[in-house]
Design a protein around this ligand. Structure first.
Ligand code: UT7
Length: 329
């Protein structure tokens, strides 16, 4: 049987920084409020001409190079994004594949909001274990600044841009395998976090309605997030007979420091186990987890064989966790 290994990581961090003080000029807020309620100090914003696919390409290039694979070895690409180059076609994955020169490989996007990256780890694992594909490029890329309402202080302080990518490859060694991916959803909570315009469910008569922007019931989302993220991890650890102590790096979706702290405490994670990038990147939805993994990789904290626990939560609602040894060099 083929197993699926998490073989490399890469990321792209846009140059431009948007600080809390910058935001205080745009909406009625302050550095003090944002820092205290979210832990975010700054976030990155893509250049005007920089698209989600461009950021995805940059992150992918790094992950391919670090995997040691040739581009010709990659037989599928999946992109997780809620800010694609185009709503709804062509997919951002096809654009990335072409820009990278990957040839006519299978390419598609998925929509699972902030849980997107965990979902595509699961999809890649299934494709490899079934024997259908051998080397899959997975990309989480977001230009959230393009779908953020910069007059709404309840959301615009949270979100940023960026991309992360990984290669998932077939291996015959069980000890290298992604152990488990646990995903779920509940559409009963759809209205907590959504982009209400621009689709067939829009309140407007025409699909050419208002700008597509995120809307969120922040406080309700916060409470559901803490509960869901905690339960999700308990479930995957229990199912696989593992404990918090077995985890070297706990990589939660970077939505809000207070959410991460509450979940980390509930799971009895030590501070050194919990990966934190929310302060410098804000919430980058589907790109948040791979950007965080890349951060510990580039700082030298992530070593080959380290056990990672990924945990995400987002619009849909969707949630998911993944247990995997990092198999990059
Ligand atoms: O990535 C997917 C999932 N997303 C999340 O997990 C995000 C979850 N939610 C959050 O992170 C938090 O709910 C927020 C950071 C969005 C808001 O923090 P909160 O502690 O839940 O604040 P709140 O919404 O309960 O609002 C408290 C007060 C309100 O004023 P009043 O009614 O008490 O006078 C808000 O109007 O804070 C006010 N407020 C602000 N004040 C200054 C809301 N946003 C701001 C702001 N600056 N940016």
């Amino acid at each position: 049987m083929a197993y699926a290994a998490f073989r490399s990581i890469g990321a792209y961090i846009p140059e431009k920084i948007l600080t809390n003080d910058d935001l205080a000029y745009m909406v009625d807020t302050s550095d003090e409020w944002i820092t205290k309620r979210t832990g975010i100090k700054e976030r990155r914003i893509a250049a005007k001409e920089e698209r989600t696919s461009d950021m995805g390409v940059n992150a992918a290039q790094v992950s391919i190079e670090r995997s040691g694979l040739d581009k010709a070895d990659i037989d599928m690409i999946i992109c997780a994004t809620i800010s694609p180059d185009y709503f709804n076609m062509p997919s951002t994955a096809t654009i990335i594949a072409t820009k990278l020169g990957l040839g006519q490989i299978t390419a598609f996007d998925i929509s699972a909001a902030c849980t997107g990256f965990v979902y595509i780890v699961g999809i890649a694992k299934a494709f490899i274990e079934s024997g259908m594909k051998k080397n899959i490029l997975i990309v989480g890329s977001e230009k959230l600044s393009a779908i953020t309402d910069y007059t709404d202080r309840g959301t615009c302080i949270l979100f940023g841009d960026g991309a992360g990518a990984a290669i998932i490859s077939a291996t015959d060694k069980k000890e290298e395998a992604i152990i488990d991916v646990n995903t779920g959803s509940d559409g009963n909570y759809a209205d907590l976090l959504m982009t209400p315009n621009g689709g067939s469910g829009s309140a407007h008569d025409s699909l050419e309605s208002d700008k597509v922007c995120m809307q969120m019931k922040g406080n309700e989302t916060f409470k559901v997030a803490v509960r869901t993220l905690t339960n999700d991890v308990k479930e995957i650890l229990e199912k696989n007979n593992m404990h918090s102590d077995d985890i070297v790096h706990f990589v939660p979706h970077q939505a809000n420091y207070r959410i991460i702290k509450a979940v980390g405490d509930a799971l009895k994670m030590r501070e050194d186990q919990v990966v934190l990038t929310v302060g410098k990147y804000g919430n980058t939805s589907g790109a948040s987890i791979p950007m965080a993994i890349n951060d510990i990789y580039e700082s030298g904290k992530l070593k080959k064989g380290d056990m990672l626990l990924l945990d995400a939560f987002g619009g849909g609602l969707t949630w998911g966790s993944a247990l995997l040894p990092f198999m990059g060099e």
